[in-house]
Write a protein that binds this ligand. Sequence first.
Ligand SMILES: NC(=O)c1ccc[n+]([C@@H]2O[C@H](COP(=O)([O-])OP(=O)(O)OC[C@H]3O[C@@H](n4cnc5c(N)ncnc54)[C@H](OP(=O)(O)O)[C@@H]3O)[C@@H](O)[C@H]2O)c1
Length: 277
Amino acid sequence: MPSEQSALPDFLYGTAWKEERTPALTELALRMGFRGIDTANQRRHYFEAGVGQGLAAAYRAGVVTRADLFLQTKFTYQPGQDHRLPYDPAARLSDQVAQSMASSLEHLGTDHVDSYVLHGPASGYGWTDADSEVWEAMRKERDAGRTRFLGVSNVSLRHLEQMAVAHPEGPTFVQNRCYARFGWDRDVRLFCRERKIVYQGFSLLTANLEVLRHPVVTGIATRANASPAQVVFSFAGAVGILPLTGTSNPEHMTQDLASVHLTLPPDAVNEIESLAG
Ligand SMILES: NC(=O)c1ccc[n+]([C@@H]2O[C@H](COP(=O)([O-])OP(=O)(O)OC[C@H]3O[C@@H](n4cnc5c(N)ncnc54)[C@H](OP(=O)(O)O)[C@@H]3O)[C@@H](O)[C@H]2O)c1
């Protein structure tokens, strides 16, 4: 990982599905101590301009400055969007990327983001020519200084392997839904570890409700004087997953951030890793 990335936070606050509460919750997350913000220029699930309003409120109040933050947003293909598009759908994909990025920077009130992520490949089956065009356009945005790093999301091992063949440069970040029943996305995590790609995991709680109730996890939580949710986030950190949370609850914000400082015994980490899958 590049040295200037030492400022990478150990937790990302996710802003999906918050609608009109987005500005207040973004500001609250910053006040509670989050320094990494994840959003997308996909109005269907995110209110990116609302994230920008929350950032502006936090700047005005002196809570943080732009330099304190890691801002991540995404380019989303038209099939993942509703009618509120951040680009001309008739434009070439490479132009859509440039238009979406310009719109994101305006929404977020900044001249650059820290990470720009392809929200998902065009096909679930493999890396396509469309993805290659988008990726090259994203690289141009990076070279022009509008993002520091690039990433891909919702990818399989197959996507990543095909992408590696098609492009000299791989992603700095992979962001995936992390299911315990698939070994916590074991194959993709291994690929990332071998290539020093930072793996970001979302839905760590919501995709793994059975884990939160599992006696192994509740037992570890009791012994650590922590909640099962904190154990899962702490486990994530221990195996190299950069976790996301989208909690709307200030107490959960505090608990989620505190989980970073919770150190689980190595045998507990191994037990959780092999719980399922
Ligand atoms: N790339 C993609 O396609 C993609 C897809 C989905 C999500 N994401 C990103 O990931 C972020 C997180 O999404 P997510 O799917 O992980 O789900 P989420 O929206 O963060 O939901 C987390 C759930 O866990 C609960 N929770 C959080 N901390 C807790 C705690 N300490 N104790 C008990 N419950 C707790 C929350 O409830 P409370 O609100 O009551 O705390 C909420 O119901 C999103 O906002 C988005 O930025 C990306």
